[in-house]
Write a protein that binds this ligand. Structure first.
Ligand SMILES: Nc1nc2c(ncn2[C@@H]2O[C@H](COP(=O)(O)OP(=O)(O)OP(=O)(O)O)[C@@H](O)[C@H]2O)c(=O)[nH]1
Ligand SMILES: [Mg+2]
Length: 381
């Protein structure tokens, strides 16, 4: 008789659609574990428990940009509302929502929030100028760009004034990636707000979508709407547990850390990412991460061992239950040009700056996390 069993068991091998691990229900501590409970509940069975939890519990109500947000934005733009698109100065690159440009409409106020985490001596006008150039690439021509901090009350009065000047009596929609500070900005407004209408502040489900928004009436006809953050799988924040966020997300001004590195030296960030100068001359690296992310220097030769020992113990912050060895991370090698000031954005973690001189560098990050290398000043050396 033919061995049908083999064929069937091969067909049944399924991989997690996020991490690619083969799905299995035997060992909860091995990759690809899919619990019986979720099989019975028929919850997202294309995902292993780990990826399911990352998607759903790290991002409650943070779906990726798609049909539901497009519906909200259509509603906003057809009614002539002002769209406040909030970006996060700490992790600017990962706060851009891909593809959103086409849907924001003509009246867009871009807010660069979390100004307080950048050094005080940075020039706001330069931040605004750089953001405008960057927005062109996203096909966004804003009506205005402002720098704010909801945490430290920077420019909040001016922000309110600008909203009132631009909204022409219409609604205002706060839109942006998760955790950029939309609700904090709305709360800062609420502190200065007196409800003079007979309408109440409420949360409501937007018709035909899965999304809930908070509505704050401004007058009898118009309101502010705070929308749920848009999930960005490219941010490190969305690839580790929430418990790690308090170390990754800066709550105070970032003190950049400077290290002079020889080739074949490496650095481990908490126990969740790593960086290596593979070749090239001696290089000075400036790491602008949250002050609470530990940086450990090691020899490239020892990187695997050092990483595993840091990731598996509680000596450094942050760590993640999903990252136990270097093989849990994806390695990207980048060839750096010969001149100019280089800026590497590691999405959700921060920035590394240095002078470009034909180096080769390697970056180790959890799968999906984005990296962007740009020359910020071609004449710098
Ligand atoms: N340092 C700093 N932290 C901020 C600022 N605004 C917000 N935060 C912090 O950023 C995190 C997210 O803030 P929220 O206001 O909830 O952001 P959100 O965009 O509404 O988040 P979602 O609704 O989940 O998308 C919180 O830990 C805030 O304390 C700011 O201006 N500066
Ligand atoms: Mg919010």
């Amino acid at each position: 008789m033919r061995q049908k069993v083999t064929l069937t068991s091969q067909i049944r091998i399924q991989r997690c659609s996020d991490c690619g691990a083969i799905l299995q229900s035997e060992d909860p501590s091995s990759p690809g574990y899919l619990s019986q409970e979720r099989v019975i509940k028929k919850q997202d069975q294309g995902l292993c428990d780990r990826c399911y939890n990352l998607r759903h519990y790290n991002s409650p109500g943070d779906p990726e940009f798609g049909a539901d947000y497009i519906k909200i934005l259509k509603k906003a733009t057809t009614s002539g509302a002002l769209v406040v698109y909030v970006l996060d100065l700490f992790t600017l690159e990962s706060s851009f929502v891909p593809e959103i440009g086409a849907y924001l409409g003509k009246n867009v106020l871009v807010v660069l929030n979390k100004r307080d985490v950048l050094p005080k001596d940075e020039d706001d006008n330069k931040l605004i100028g750089d953001a405008k150039k960057r927005l062109v690439l996203e096909h966004i021509v804003p009506t205005g760009v402002m720098v704010t901090s909801s945490a430290k009350n920077i420019n909040i009065d001016a922000f309110l004034k600008e909203i009132n000047a631009l909204r022409n009596g219409k609604d205002v929609y706060f839109i942006g990636a998760s955790s950029v500070g939309k609700s904090s900005l709305v709360n800062s407004i609420l502190r200065r707000y007196k409800n003079e209408t007979d309408r109440v502040i409420q949360t409501l489900k937007v018709e035909g979508t899965r999304l809930e928004v908070m509505e704050i009436p401004l007058d009898q006809e118009s309101s502010i709407f705070d929308t749920p953050g848009i999930y960005n799988p490219k941010s490190l924040l969305n690839q580790v547990e929430r418990a790690a966020w308090k170390y990754l997300v800066p709550r105070e001004e970032i003190a950049p850390r400077v290290y002079l590195s020889q080739p074949n030296q490496a650095f481990v960030f908490g126990g969740v990412a790593a960086f290596e100068l593979v070749s090239g001359g001696k290089t000075e690296f400036t790491f602008a991460f949250s002050n609470e992310v530990a940086i450990t220097r090691t020899k490239a030769l020892n990187l695997e061992k050092t990483f595993a020992s840091l990731a598996q113990t509680d000596q450094v912050k942050p760590t993640s239950a999903y990252i136990k060895s270097l093989s849990d991370l994806e390695k990207k090698e980048i060839a750096i040009p010969a001149s100019g000031k280089m800026e590497l954005s590691l999405f959700g973690l921060g920035k590394i700056t240095f002078s470009g001189a034909n180096q080769r560098i390697a970056i180790y990050l959890p799968p999906h996390v984005g990296v962007k290398a740009i020359v910020t000043d071609p004449d710098f050396n």
